[in-house]
Design a protein around this ligand. Sequence first.
Ligand SMILES: C[S@@+](CC[C@H](N)C(=O)[O-])C[C@H]1O[C@@H](n2cnc3c(N)ncnc32)[C@H](O)[C@@H]1O
Length: 225
Amino acid sequence: MFDGIAERYDLVNRVLTAGGDRRWRRRAARMLAPEDGSQILDLATGTGDLALAVLAEAPGARVAGVDPSPAMLDRAREKMRRAGVSDSVVLELGEGESIPADDGAFDGACVGFGIRNVSDRPRALAELARVVRPGGRVVILELTEPKSGVLAPLARAYIHRGVPRIGALLSGAREYRYLESSIAAFPPPAEFAGMMESAGFEGLEARPLSFGACHLFSGIVKEAR
Ligand SMILES: C[S@@+](CC[C@H](N)C(=O)[O-])C[C@H]1O[C@@H](n2cnc3c(N)ncnc32)[C@H](O)[C@@H]1O
């Protein structure tokens, strides 16, 4: 599905979130706090915007971007070249349910708007806990449906009516119906944080951004007992 929307993906993101997606990724990269010389995994890297945000935070870090969509990775490759960071990034085909990396290969990992698409989330979270060294941080950014607050009904109307229409208009793709349904189907933030805990993370945080339109989850890989 993502191969079909790769070409216009960045444009649709910018418009649908009124530029908020960039700000949210910067927040995620800051929370991950990568260090120069560290090895970072960007799972579901897509066109590579979160990988670029990580490198903006720590230009000396090395990022592995993993994604199952060849077309999204092609766009990412081109963007890394234009940004002059190709030497700091490795892009690889792969899925969250079976991450192509050794145990403890990374100092930290991030996932931007990607965990929603993974069919077996507990398995992908366990994979993240496997490939990040004990003590390393994993940050997950995901769109959520605001359930409370005065703006919640407005936000829900936008997700259910605005998002599919604007997405289809800009990209010509019906796939943006999927975006709407997958946001609605994502578990409540507290439940997702519980899934992270069960997968082997501790020190969990779930921070709402933009009145809960998005959540920033963070956890530390538990030391082996
Ligand atoms: C909405 S895009 C997010 C891209 C990027 N992280 C960003 O911040 O814009 C979701 C990405 O998840 C990828 N994806 C879909 N299924 C996946 C899976 N099982 N494991 C990992 N990534 C997956 C898609 O190919 C797509 O590139």
